[in-house]
Design a protein around this ligand. Structure first.
Ligand SMILES: [Zn+2]
Length: 626
């Protein structure tokens, strides 16, 4: 996932836990007991009702028995209505089972405990669950037509990471349980269903006139990668194994913006081994999607806010694609081990961007990342600045900070500086092979690192240095930091302009890329006179920019300096975009003054019904506090 948010304050339960030591590999965010049973395959048959905002149908679970004596199967659920459950003695012989739903925990949901009869003692068994979701399901976003690109039809999309799969499927919702899945999805005629799976029978672009779509995912994946989208979607091919699903208003722009996806796949394969998932398509979501992208296998979910018209924000595609190796192929066993997914992915993303777009762009993107993590490190408690963060008692969604992403990537870059790029690429290639389709812990990785890299060249790094990366807050002094000549030129121009040596129109900004603009704006810290902002706006129409990243950096400056001409744009920005990275800092900036807070509350009242539950969970604590 590509998302950057500051952590919430430590919860009381976290403090209470911190005296005990963490058990590596134990999933503190699931009620499931994988030592008793393990789900191997899921078969869904679901009907999507937009009127009721409900998925309804059955989930058949094929389960391997691990403990021969276990009689109780425990699954994760959140806000599901469970109608009936059967043990499938055979395809035609269904034995009703008793079950209980435990107390609902606000973060984890409720355990579903199913009593199994003594005869169900076979090594493998099948259970059928008839259920439906509720309109408030945290993993489902039912988007009203007015908030889609076409504004004619509603849109449904799922977001299962981190622990939201349980709000639309009863299952073992833990990244260390991998399953294959198949699905039949019934949607209103004219609409199309897509999933993180291959559509069976037809070409990916085929529209089913009866509204029935069938899918098959033959590779075992963790529950957080099960994904569904339903909308009036069109399809465009962009390469031999790539394409784009989007509403008609966006599909051509998206296909053009992401035309280089096949090139990115080839660059990745050259470095890290074959792409093992068949097709790689993109689903362009409505702007309320709370994240940049979500690496659902075979079908990444992508925010429309990266369709800039000039391919300047395609690093997001490189990121989601890179997850086809780090994350989807080799998966974090628990959310504490998230940096194994995200840090590696940011590193791979850099390698892909370098191969496809060259060094200047890659340097700028790494510099922007560095600026962001530095800002965030200044606000995080030390315990949240380590690679493997203790998440006990906390919602994993709120601790997706820059740390597992950027610090994780800087750790791999540092290893590359000591061992050489070629050796690191080979190490990663072999690592993905070794742990393909497995879920591993930080400790598993460290053992592998020691046996397969550190031991090859014992003097290259010290054990104390590895320890510091893994367990100390902040960035080590010897981290290898990026550098950008292009940004140095932007800095010089900014200083000349601020000092009055040149006017805004004399800034060499005509050829600036998105990256240079963002760097220029983000460096305008502190107070900037209104006349200066007006001058910049008159020269480059910054308030009206169609680029969501440039607009974000500009609006943050506008709020800080009370630059009133930008306020109408701020309001339309916050009421049309739901991507948490782009809206949360704007609300935070507004909340710093009483007038800003009043404005934030007024805008939020209007915007909140259209935000995703994951975004409102974060924003409520910022805007509605006090
Ligand atoms: Zn990611």
């Amino acid at each position: 996932m590509k998302t950057f948010v500051a952590a919430l304050l430590l919860s009381a339960s976290f403090t209470a836990h911190s005296a005990d030591s963490i058990v590596s590999g134990r999933d503190y965010h699931s009620y499931a007991e994988p030592s008793a049973f393990r789900v191997k395959h899921l078969d869904l048959d679901l009907q999507a009702s937009f009127e009721e905002k409900r998925l309804s149908g059955v989930a058949d679970l094929t389960i391997a028995r691990i403990d021969p004596l276990a009689r109780k199967l425990v699954l994760d659920t959140r806000d599901l209505t469970i109608r009936r459950i059967w043990w499938m003695r055979s395809a035609t012989d269904l034995v009703p089972l008793r079950f209980t739903i435990g107390v609902r925990d606000p973060m984890l949901g409720a355990p579903l405990a199913i009593d199994l009869p003594a005869e169900a003692s076979t090594p493998e068994l099948e259970v059928r669950i008839s259920y439906q979701t509720r309109p408030e399901a945290s993993g489902l976003q039912w988007v009203a037509p007015a908030l889609t690109a076409n504004k004619t039809d509603p849109f449904l999309f799922t977001q299962s990471q981190a622990i939201h799969a349980r709000s639309w499927i009863p299952l073992q919702d833990s990244p260390q349980v991998r399953m294959t899945y198949s699905a039949t999805i019934h949607v209103p005629p004219g609409m199309r269903a897509v999933m993180s799976a291959q559509s069976t029978g037809d070409d990916p672009g085929a529209l089913q006139p009866n509204g029935i779509y069938k899918f098959d995912m033959p590779q075992a994946i963790p529950s957080y990668l099960i994904a569904l989208g339903v909308g009036r979607l069109e399809f465009r091919t962009t390469g031999p194994r790539t394409g784009v699903f989007a509403e008609s208003a966006l599909v051509d722009a998206a296909a053009k913006e992401f035309a280089e996806t096949e090139q990115m796949i080839q660059a990745s394969e050259k470095l890290f081994g074959p792409y093992r998932w068949g097709r790689y398509d993109l689903l362009i979501l409505p702007p309320s999607f709370p994240f940049g992208g979500m690496e659902n296998p075979r079908l990444s979910f992508i925010t429309p806010t990266v369709i800039a018209g000039d391919r300047s924000l395609t690093a997001l595609i490189a990121h989601e694609l890179a997850h086809s190796w780090s994350g989807n192929l080799v998966t974090n066993a628990t959310w504490r081990d998230l940096w194994l997914n995200e840090g590696f992915t940011v590193f791979l993303q850099g390698r892909i961007m370098l191969a496809v777009y060259g060094k200047q762009r890659e340097d700028m993107e790494e510099m922007l990342d560095l600026t962001t993590i530095r800002k965030e490190l200044a606000t995080l408690p030390p315990s949240d600045q380590v690679l493997a963060i203790d998440l006990r008692g906390r919602d994993p969604d709120d601790v997706f900070t820059q740390v597992p992403y950027i610090k994780g990537a800087l750790f791999i870059s540092w290893l590359a500086s000591r061992f050489g790029d070629a050796q690191i690429d080979k190490f990663l290639h072999d690592y993905f092979d070794k742990f393909a389709f497995q879920s591993i812990t930080t400790e598993d990785f460290r053992s592998y690192l020691e046996a397969n890299l550190l031991s090859q060249k014992p003097d290259a790094v010290k054990a104390a240095e590895i320890d510091e990366w893994m367990t100390a807050p902040g960035l080590p002094k010897y981290a290898v930091l990026p550098h950008s000549d292009a940004f140095e030129r932007v800095d010089a121009a900014r200083l000349d302009w601020l000092a009055g040596k040149i006017t805004a129109v004399q800034l060499p900004a005509k050829d600036w890329t998105t990256h240079e603009w963002v760097h220029f704006l983000d460096a305008l810290s502190g107070k900037v006179p209104t006349a200066k902002l007006a001058e910049l706006d008159a020269a480059f129409a910054v308030t009206a920019t169609g680029n969501s990243e440039i607009a974000f950096s500009w609006l943050r400056i506008a709020i800080r300096n009370d630059y009133q001409p930008a306020y109408p744009r701020l309001e339309s920005y916050l009421t049309t975009i739901g991507r948490r990275k782009l809206i949360k800092p704007l609300y935070e900036e507004l909340m710093k003054t009483p007038a800003g807070a009043a404005r934030a509350r007024a805008i939020y009242a209007q915007a909140r019904p259209n935000y995703h539950p994951i975004a409102t969970a974060t924003l409520d604590s910022i805007v509605l506090k006090r």
